[in-house]
Design a binder for this molecule. Structure first.
Ligand SMILES: Nc1ncnc2c1ncn2[C@@H]1O[C@H](COP(=O)(O)OP(=O)(O)OP(=O)(O)O)[C@@H](O)[C@H]1O
Length: 244
């Protein structure tokens, strides 16, 4: 599904990611952890192809297609979707209008998704304008449900979300990642950034990676990695540099 080959990424003149290798199979969900500022969001933004994140060497392959030089809209057309950590406010564009634009199948009724995410009263509001932190996250998940991507990137989906809404978010993300289906039948894959690991209560996650200073330091069972980080901190990951 997604393969990163020795990916180096710079913002301006500064190299942030120093040779990332990653392979995510169809149906798998991987978790990305790491201290603040280590480059996790940069990795997601570079995979999606945003201009400020320059791939200076290495490759991004999606379903066998080299997308390293392809623009964002083409990557989206190939099935990539992203939920930002801090999505921008889009003045002058109503949420309802946006949902209609991104719906790839105009005959598909998106009302059930809108109702499920409790966003009926937000359709006539400019996107994210005055939305609370939790409302922004619900709006982002709703847009993802409508866009229906097959490779789903989520940047701290649980941050700023209250306990009741975490349940809604978790269940909805599990639905997006087809966790209700047997692994062999799943078409969708995901890469999820989390600090707290709460989202793992809802997702059957497959592999975890720890990023430190723009490099992967540790790979393995995400729950074991989280436990290690909670007990010993990221310094242990720096020392570990292996599969746990
Ligand atoms: N647009 C930008 N311009 C300049 N520097 C940036 C930009 N975006 C990110 N950086 C820098 O790149 C480094 C990695 O940032 P990034 O947001 O990828 O980290 P992160 O691991 O996602 O952090 P956090 O856990 O705090 O969200 C940081 O030093 C950050 O200041």
């Amino acid at each position: 599904m997604l393969e990163l080959q020795d990916l180096h990424v710079a913002i301006g003149d500064r190299e942030i990611l120093h040779g990332i290798n990653l392979h995510i199979e169809q149906g798998e969900t991987h978790v990305l952890m790491g201290p603040n500022g280590s480059g996790k969001s940069t990795l997601l933004m570079a995979i999606m192809g945003f201009d400020a994140y320059k791939v200076t060497s290495g490759k991004i392959i999606m379903n066998g297609v080299d997308v390293t030089d392809k623009p964002v809209h083409e990557r989206a057309r190939l099935g990539m979707g992203i939920m930002f950590q801090r999505p921008p406010t889009i003045s002058g564009l109503k949420l309802g209008k946006m949902l209609n634009v991104i719906n790839p199948d105009k005959d598909r009724d998106i009302q059930p998704a809108i109702t499920r995410m409790n966003m009926v009263d937000f359709l006539e509001r400019d996107i994210n304008q005055g939305f609370s932190g939790g409302e922004i996250k619900r709006s982002e998940i709703l847009q993802m449900m409508v866009q229906d991507p097959s490779f789903i990137m989520l940047d701290e989906p649980e941050s700023g979300v209250d306990l009741e809404n975490i349940h809604l978010m978790g269940e909805s993300i599990a639905f997006l990642l087809q966790k209700h289906q047997r692994f062999a039948n799943r078409k969708n894959s995901g890469l999820v950034i989390t600090h707290t690991g709460y989202i793992m209560d809802y997702l059957d996650v497959d592999k975890g990676h720890v990023m430190i200073n723009g490099e992967f330091k540790c790979h393995g069972n995400p729950r074991d990695i989280l436990k290690l980080i909670k007990e010993k901190g990221y310094n242990e990951c720096l020392r570990c540099d292996k599969i746990v």
